[in-house]
Design a protein around this ligand. Structure first.
Ligand SMILES: Nc1ncnc2c1ncn2[C@@H]1O[C@H](COP(=O)(O)OP(=O)(O)OP(=O)(O)O)[C@@H](O)[C@H]1O
Length: 226
């Protein structure tokens, strides 16, 4: 995915807020990029654009090398469902559904048949180390286990890109480190790209590079070699 000269503003009464200003960005297959910056600097706005949840006012977004026009709602929604996974700080699991059903849900939306769903859900839960927890509801799991379910749900459709908003903020140090190394393994094994908004130094240390936002202006950090 690339952004070329992307800007986004919000109008509140008489005020115009420039949330992103002329952003240039290319995310590379299999990398983990941290999006950092003070509160209000534009991190969520950038994640929403890259996650195809919102559109830019100016500039161009390229997906798989192809421009994705802001007006093409149908294609944007289809691409989002098929190729992008989301992980949130507060996990956003469905409380009345067990781990298995939470992870299976996106595959229903994609119309994948029952046998393939079952294979993929077991595979994703095994991948995040939650075999045997299929029947547990979120309130019967620890914070780290809930975030693992959320990661399994994000990767079960084999997305090219995972957008993660403060994924380790609610986790203790040991669990946060496990979640980061899990993301690293997935990036390495499947070429999944992770775009992670974070204030968490523990997370940042393990990212390939930091994208720093300040007042809507993006500064790209050096790419690190792991
Ligand atoms: N829907 C909206 N309407 C009006 N202003 C908005 C809207 N969304 C974001 N903004 C403004 O755009 C700017 C960037 O917001 P954004 O949420 O992207 O920042 P952030 O870096 O994610 O902040 P935080 O770390 O506090 O979550 C802020 O000034 C915010 O108030």
């Amino acid at each position: 995915m690339s952004l070329r000269g992307v800007s986004k503003s919000f109008t509140l009464g008489d005020n115009t807020i420039h949330a992103l200003r002329d952003v240039e960005l290319a995310v590379v297959r299999g990398e983990i990029a941290a999006v950092t910056g003070p509160s209000g600097s534009g991190k969520s706005t950038l994640l929403n654009l890259c996650g195809l949840l919102d559109t830019a006012d100016h500039g161009e977004l390229l997906f798989g090398g192809e421009p994705l026009p802001a007006a093409d709602d149908v294609r944007r929604t289809a691409l989002r469902r098929q190729t992008i996974g989301f992980v949130f700080q507060s996990f956003n699991l469905v409380p009345v559904m067990n781990a298995y059903d939470n992870v299976e849900f996106p595959l229903y939306l994609l119309g994948i048949d029952a046998a393939e769903r079952q294979r993929r859900v077991h595979d994703a839960l095994r991948r995040v180390g939650l075999e045997g927890k299929e029947k547990h509801r979120p309130d019967q799991l620890s914070g780290g286990q809930r975030q693992r379910v959320a990661i399994a749900r994000a990767i079960v459709k084999r997305p090219q890109l995972v957008i993660a908003d403060e994924p380790t903020a609610n986790l203790d140090a040991v669990t946060a480190a496990q979640i980061v190394s899990l993301m690293r393994e997935l990036a390495h094994e499947h070429g999944t790209t992770f775009l992670v908004a974070t204030h968490d130094d523990r997370m940042m240390r393990h990212c390939d590079r930091a994208l720093r936002l300040n007042d809507g202006i993006l500064m790209e950090g050096e790419r690190r070699v792991h």
